[in-house]
Ligand binder design. Structure first.
Ligand SMILES: NC(=O)C1=CN([C@@H]2O[C@H](COP(=O)(O)OP(=O)(O)OC[C@H]3O[C@@H](n4cnc5c(N)ncnc54)[C@H](OP(=O)(O)O)[C@@H]3O)[C@@H](O)[C@H]2O)[C@@H](O)CC1
Ligand SMILES: Nc1ncnc2c1ncn2[C@@H]1O[C@H](COP(=O)(O)OP(=O)(O)O)[C@@H](O)[C@H]1O
Length: 283
């Protein structure tokens, strides 16, 4: 089992360096466009939550090209979103999707997105596509999803992952050749190059439906706004992933104020959380 001392706990001082603040010469394209294929007939809300979170984290544009039936819900919440295909600098795939119900058309669209080689977040119903990625890819499973993903490789039970999440995050990163952000009360980020980061400051109120979809949007936005550096140095996925998890937890704490929260509350609290983090105040 991994030595606990090898893990670095991510903090506000480190995270601050991974927020891309727009410069005077930036425009919406230079900041980065996030392509999003998420949501389904069964889970349209996951797409709404992820897109909301990405926009609140700060990105030049979101292109949502998921199921047409879901696009209406996304647009109803965020008319800023563009729903026609076009160039993007990063992708968020899979939240609210069921791989067992993936149509041929959707399979083709997901493969095409992955084939572009941009930095990519694979969540929920796109986790099984990790073997198709080349370049910077991060997967964002919870314990059950990681156990299922490793199942074909003499993998662990859900209980085994829960007992030792850090160790299984490391094993998954090595076996799958991707950055792993393993969600839980403590979020573990492991990369094949040996980087190991934790975020353990999130409030328990985050254990509510849809907060993982919000995290996907936060992370997608961070990848899109750091696409240039990721092109040359995919190892930067780890600090970006840890920053996403930290922001997510800080936004939850801010939204909560000690009381219960819903996932959308977390997304809405992100701008003030980022402003506080950049101002070196409490974060
Ligand atoms: N608003 C949205 O659009 C949202 C969309 N979401 C999207 O949903 C998708 C699937 O997400 P997920 O992995 O969290 O759930 P899922 O794979 O179905 O897990 C099944 C497991 O849970 C268990 N189980 C179920 N009920 C239980 C109970 N009452 N008490 C105890 N156990 C219970 C069940 O056990 P079983 O009933 O089979 O014994 C089984 O083991 C994913 O794409 C995500 O993005 C979510 O983010 C939520 C908000
Ligand atoms: N007890 C907890 N304390 C702090 N954070 C938690 C706790 N349980 C879950 N979380 C966080 O909440 C989010 C839940 O994501 P996920 O399991 O994908 O839910 P959903 O599929 O409903 O969006 C993750 O970011 C996870 O790290």
């Amino acid at each position: 089992m991994a030595d606990a001392e090898e893990w670095i706990e991510w903090d506000v001082a480190r995270a601050r360096d991974w927020i891309a603040v727009p410069r005077s010469d930036d425009d919406k394209y230079s900041r980065g466009v996030l392509g999003v294929i998420t949501g389904s007939h069964d889970y349209p809300g996951a797409a709404v939550l992820g897109v909301e979170a990405a926009m609140r984290t700060g990105v030049g544009m979101v292109r949502y090209t998921g199921p047409r039936a879901v696009a209406g819900a996304v647009l109803a919440r965020r008319p800023e979103v563009v729903t026609i295909s076009g160039r993007v600098q990063a992708w968020l795939l899979g939240s609210g999707m069921n791989p067992a119900r993936r149509t041929l058309v959707l399979s083709g669209e997901l493969s095409q997105a992955i084939g572009e080689g941009h930095p990519i977040v694979l969540d929920a119903g796109a986790l099984d596509l990790v073997g198709e990625t080349h370049g910077a890819a991060v997967i964002t499973p919870h314990y059950r999803e990681l156990a299922a993903l490793l199942g074909g490789r003499k993998g662990p039970t859900v209980e085994e992952v829960a007992e030792n999440p850090g160790e299984w995050a490391i094993r998954a990163a090595e076996a799958l050749g991707a950055t792993v952000l393993l969600k839980g009360a403590v979020t573990h980020i492991a990369q094949p190059d040996g980087i190991r980061l934790t975020v353990s400051s999130s409030p328990g109120w985050l254990a509510t439906a849809g907060t993982g979809d919000v995290l996907g949007g936060v992370l997608g936005a961070l990848l899109a706004t750091h696409h240039e550096v990721l092109k040359y140095d995919p190892s930067k996925l780890a600090p970006l992933s840890a920053t996403a998890a930290l922001l997510h937890g800080l936004a939850a704490r801010r939204a909560s104020g000690g009381g219960p929260i819903a996932a959308l509350d977390v997304a809405q609290a992100i701008p003030a959380t980022i402003a506080a983090l950049l101002a070196r105040s409490e974060g």
